[in-house]
Design a protein around this ligand. Structure first.
Ligand SMILES: [Zn+2]
Length: 390
């Protein structure tokens, strides 16, 4: 027995990384996979919340929808009847008398997988059923299973995420995403949970699995072109969510950094590092934002989030090359949405990044007034707390 890549397993069958034996991965899998998933052929009901599909719209049918809102049998009957008005047909058609029970259209065959790989996939699918938010078509699962079976791997952990992704190179391929998620589920089980030290290195962080509250289950860093900017974005995001921030705010912040990174990548003057991010460059970015987003609600959020990012770098000393001039000012924000409750003119001319802690606290304590949201935070307030959290 050998691993892909030529690394031989010890002759006694023990695993160098503790995946078999007492307390190893195999034992954890055996304990974790429930009986309904521990079978070679997984059959899913049409109404399965994750692996099922929509049902036929004919009352009392219940079969899986295939086309035009109808199951295979009802579609065939509608077609054979000359394709009458569909709504009328759905309202009046009766159940189909089947000679044979309806074929189980939603099934996954795991028979070609070795023992451990099969258990791992069963576990991953069980987990997916447990906390997936969307539908996964069994055909997608079957494609992922075929890749696993053809790989020669003993465990899904034998290959890195990148190596599995290479086997299904098309970005956006659901089977590719399923394989990567399955590997993470198995790795979490192996390591005893989703952990910051493994997640931090990745370009997709499962914030919900890390216990971060909020609507966004995950955030992505892969669209930030510059490694130095991505590294700072990760540091900022981790700091925010580990100090009580919500995943939604982290997501908004990353959108802003990603957009800024893409602006830098398209710049005629190459930007090699944070040391070149000065006021001049930010003003050019403001012009691009004005051109692309003028009048849109997101316009102020992109500025506010980037300003909060730069302020955090400066405040925590994450990168001392950041020029002192790299900050946005209240006047930089779109005029139409300027907050009406940000205090007097002197305060309005002070960049948010340079406010003292006491001044920030005073700002936070500003009572709700005109232009404030129902939660008491100023809407798109250029110098207040709302923009810093976006
Ligand atoms: Zn039907």
């Amino acid at each position: 027995m050998s691993r892909p890549g030529g690394q031989a397993l010890p002759a006694d069958g023990t695993d160098p990384e503790g995946r078999s034996g007492p307390g190893g991965l195999l034992e954890k899998l055996l304990a974790a996979v429930r009986p309904e998933f521990r079978t070679d052929e997984l059959v899913f009901e049409p109404g399965d919340p994750v692996f099922g599909g929509q049902r036929c719209r004919i009352a009392g049918c219940g079969s899986a929808m295939q086309a035009r809102g109808l199951c295979h049998a009802h579609y065939a009957r509608w077609h054979d009847n000359g394709q009458p008005d569909l709504d009328h047909y759905i309202a009046t058609a009766g159940p189909v008398n089947r000679d044979r029970p309806a074929r189980h259209e939603r099934q996954v065959d795991l028979g070609k997988l070795g023992r451990q790989l099969k258990l791992e996939m069963q576990y991953a699918l069980q987990q997916r059923r447990g906390h997936s938010q969307g539908k996964t078509h069994p055909n997608t699962v079957q494609r992922a299973v075929s890749v696993l079976a053809a790989s020669g791997a003993v465990s899904i952990l034998d290959l890195t995420e990148a190596a599995w992704a290479q086997k299904l190179p098309r970005r956006g391929d659901h089977a590719r995403a399923l394989l990567i998620t399955a590997r993470r589920e198995v790795e979490d089980l192996h390591e005893g949970g989703c952990r910051w030290d493994t997640e931090y290195l990745r370009d997709l962080w499962r914030l919900r699995a890390l216990g971060v509250p909020g609507q966004q289950p995950s955030v992505r860093f892969g669209q930030i072109p510059q490694p130095w900017l991505k590294a700072l974005a990760k540091r900022w995001t981790r700091w925010r969510v580990t100090t009580g921030g919500r995943s939604d705010a982290a997501y908004q912040g990353l959108r802003a950094i990603t957009r800024f990174g893409q602006f830098l990548a398209a710049s005629k003057v190459p930007v090699q590092g944070l040391g070149q991010v000065d006021r001049d460059l930010l003003e050019r970015y403001l012009a691009v934002l004005q051109h692309e987003l003028a009048g849109k609600a997101d316009h102020a959020k992109y500025i506010g989030s980037l300003n909060a990012f730069l302020a955090a770098i400066r405040r925590h000393g994450w990168d001392d090359t950041l020029p002192a001039t790299a900050a946005f000012y209240p006047e930089d924000y779109p005029k139409a949405r300027r907050c009406a409750s940000t205090g007097n003119g002197r305060a309005r001319s002070t960049p948010a990044a340079k406010l003292s802690p006491s001044a920030r606290a005073a700002r936070s304590a500003t009572p709700p007034g005109p232009g404030t949201s129902s939660r008491g935070q100023p809407r798109h307030c250029p110098t207040g707390t709302a923009s810093c959290r976006q």
